[in-house]
Design a protein around this ligand. Structure first.
Ligand code: SF4
Length: 125
């Protein structure tokens, strides 16, 4: 145990969309009863890749007492995961990431997903 950076989830803001599940390389985040949860604190490295995709601002990083991050625990945990994402849809045309490539973009504080087919109109207007 030490004071370190770790993800914090504001329950009231989480809408259960699941957008944060995929970007977490460690498989730390899961949905339980419609809310994002840190399944085990030693799996969170505090990198914060989940923050940028949250559409509601429910995720942040904080400094607090937590078990040390464990690469060994991540390795063991990931071997038991069959699927570690909740498929997201393009915010513009609705294409699923299961059928197309999606990228996370931010606009005026909003977190959006855009597929490669819709990206040109974002770039060129
Ligand atoms: S991205 Fe944000 S709102 Fe969606 S499940 Fe994760 S914490 Fe909740």
């Amino acid at each position: 145990m030490a004071t370190r950076t770790i993800v914090k989830i504001e329950d009231e803001l989480c809408n259960g969309c699941g957008a944060c599940i995929g970007p977490c390389a460690e498989g730390t985040l899961v949905l339980i009863n419609g809310k994002a949860r840190v399944i085990r604190e030693e799996l969170c490295d505090g990198a914060g890749f989940c923050l940028g995709v949250c559409p509601t601002g429910a995720l942040s990083l904080e400094q607090r007492e937590a078990p040390d991050f464990s690469e060994q625990a991540v390795h063991e945990h990931r071997q038991g995961i069959k699927i570690n994402y909740v498929p997201q849809d393009c915010s513009f045309c609705g294409n699923s990431e299961d059928n197309s490539y999606l990228m996370a973009v931010k606009h005026k504080g909003q977190a959006l997903w855009v597929c490669t087919r819709c990206l040109p109109r974002l770039i060129h207007g």
